[in-house]
Ligand binder design. Structure first.
Ligand code: FE2
Length: 293
């Protein structure tokens, strides 16, 4: 049996403006605070103890990405399997509120990964104000060790390849039925490219853009339909200047068939993982080049 994660559960941000970030996630994004401890704020999308963590810092960065395991292996077995593949992995007890036990490791790009089976689920509900996304859906990061990082997520954590943009520009991977949970972008540095939240439909997308405008946050790219994933996306910046994507209509991957569920907007049938050129199906060019942010 192999190590298998099935979702991205949380992103823990280091923040130079933690007050503004918490205000953004509560007032604009509609997240709820579940706990504040040692100056760190834990925010929920409605069910889990946290899906976003804001940790005060003298820099803006991602402190860790939290992935939930399918639970078929114990955490000790997970640690042993990862160690057997030559990757350092530590078990932490009481590492953070809401997650009593986790395996911490680093991917080849240098990101800190936290793997756990159980997270507290206080089920605080959706706030009913702000954007209130359905969920945290994926992250995209620049990786300075591109090929090794892709292999790590596929071979060590059980991700599946779904698409590429260019032969070696961006690689999309999933650990569930969403087209991508990870978008790894080749670079000579490692940092977050964007974090992405799923909206329910197109009307939610319009309402979200109106809300962002009310809160003084401009759309920097979109709306447009992406090539890889078919998601209709807009992008804006949070108070720490992290790029945030809001999307709907992402392709649904059927691993048993190796195809994406057919959609009216697909250009081919069956729709299979492939190499794309460009970012937008609609061909629109925006002032901000998303490939270079
Ligand atoms: Fe994205």
């Amino acid at each position: 049996m192999s190590v298998n994660v099935f979702r991205l559960a949380y992103v823990d941000f280091l923040s130079k403006k933690p007050g503004s970030m918490v205000e953004y996630y509560t007032d604009t994004m509609g997240y709820r605070i579940t706990e504040e401890k040692d100056g760190i704020t834990y925010l929920s999308n409605g069910y889990d103890h946290h899906n976003i963590v804001i940790t005060p810092s003298d820099k803006n960065a991602v402190r860790s990405y939290g992935y939930q395991l399918d639970g078929k292996l114990s955490l000790d077995e997970v640690q042993n399997q990862i160690l057997a593949q030559g990757v350092e992995a530590r078990i932490l007890e009481d590492a953070k509120p809401g997650v009593s036990r986790l395996v911490e490791l680093n991917d080849p790009a240098g990101n800190t990964i936290e793997l756990f089976t159980d997270i507290d689920q206080p089920a605080v509900g959706f706030s009913g104000s702000g954007i209130s996304p359905l969920k945290l859906g994926h992250v995209a990061f620049l990786a300075n060790n591109y090929e090794d990082t892709i292999h790590f997520y596929r071979d060590v954590l059980g991700f599946t390849f779904t698409d590429k943009i260019g032969e070696s520009f961006a690689n999309f991977l999933t650990c569930n039925m969403d087209h991508h949970v990870l978008n790894i972008i080749a670079a000579n540095e490692t940092r977050l490219h964007h974090i992405a939240f799923q909206l329910k439909d197109a009307s939610h997308q319009y309402a979200a853009s109106d809300l962002l405008a009310k809160h003084g946050r401009s759309i920097i790219w979109g709306p447009s339909r992406h090539t890889a994933g078919s998601n209709i996306a807009t992008y804006h910046r949070d108070p720490d200047e992290n790029v945030v994507e809001l999307y709907t209509d992402m392709d649904v991957y059927l691993p048993e068939l190796g195809i994406f569920e057919p959609r009216p907007w697909h250009s081919e049938m069956p729709y299979k993982p492939k190499v794309w050129e460009g970012l937008s199906v609609w061909g629109t060019e925006f002032q901000v080049d998303l490939a270079k942010i």
